[in-house]
Design a protein around this ligand. Sequence first.
Ligand SMILES: *Cc1c(COP(=O)(O)O)cnc(C)c1O
Length: 452
Amino acid sequence: MTGLAFSQSSNIMQRVEGEEMFVSDNLSVNEKNHLMIGQNDTVELAREFGTPLYVMDEDLIRKNCRIYKQAIDRYYDGKGLVLYANKAFCSLFTCRIAKEEGLGIDVVSGGELYTAIKADFPMEKVCFHGNNKTLDELELAIRYNVGHIVVDNVYELELLNEVAAKHDKKMKIMFRIKPGVEAHTHSFIKTGQIDSKFGVALENGEAFEIIKRAMSMSNVEVSGLHCHIGSQIFDIEPFCAAAEIMMNFIGDLKDKLELEINELNLGGGYGIMYTEKDDPIEYDKYIEHVSKVVKSVAQKREVKLPFIFMEPGRSIVASAGITLYTVGGVKDIKNVRKYISVDGGMTDNPRYVMYQSEYTAVIANNANAKPCEKVTIAGKCCESGDVLLKDVMMPEIKVGDVLAVLATGAYNYSMSSNYNRIARPAVVAVSQGAAKVVIKRETYEDLIRNDL
Ligand SMILES: *Cc1c(COP(=O)(O)O)cnc(C)c1O
């Protein structure tokens, strides 16, 4: 990922390698000046499948899966498993890819678990997260023999033990630990993190107590610890700091409780490039550095090297996805702002509304045009805040243009809604020139299917 830069002539990400500049792996521009993804002309895709349209580059998703997998082989002797964090984009399509690539998955709800079940996902490679799993969700997880349940709190621990007893099962559990490392985009601090709805804290002894309690229960088996320090993180240091704290806690548990922890789940959160301001690290570098920390603390504390899990979500799917829109009204309010409205918005991508997330957009049918004016790309919902990109430099955009918003593969489809009774777009997967619908466009009929 290093060396990604933005071309002077357009908004398309380009990679600098030596002297040569070329458009990044999955995006290019053809002789018609159209944006291409996975060797498909995006203007043709918009024509064939309609807009708004999510397009996912299947080959890039697979490539990202392999980068993580190979990094664990290279830097940790293969003694680990990559879990794709489904919440970034949960579907039969993504579950099947994770399965075929030999990854495990994270699920955070009964619905995500159900999707995995329907995708025939190997249940022993499923890890069930969440800070308030319901009785129904725990029942489903136990019935299907989910590999690991990441226990969040004492209430849940007791409920799980009870339900597992009812089903005559012993469930492997991990504990969600707050390591006290708070990661921000470009820095991190230790402390503060105790104020989080997820997990149990180290510094007040909460984590120690809940583990002691679990050890006395007969239908749960304490197999591991889990932490997840945040998302869209660009630094390696907070991950290393978290790994060090977790390994030391494993040492403490051995010393004080004679408990051997065999598994350590270090979460996800690796940053990706949305705009030229983002400077992501190569994904395998995280594993390279974190592995060293895990090995050195294990030696120092005389504990066994744990089997490690990593949980990338965003970094597996985000850059593989783009969203295509058709441009409608253009409203140039002199000396105020120029609004360009598209046929989607916060219903298919609520990330600007939720976090003021920034994106890069390209005119798909005029991909190499030079940026020349500041515009705001607005959605079609009845909310003034329904914006996709605010005050961005774009080439001149005309009514009827196809606009591509890049890096929308994560937390877009999975966060989409039917607000204003807008139907969800279709998802098309592309691979080596071929395109297939993997999720159908919702119809008006779908919108009223539960209305009585
Ligand atoms: C969201 C989440 C992830 C994935 O985070 P990304 O930033 O998408 O990599 C992993 N683990 C847990 C527990 C999460 O909640």
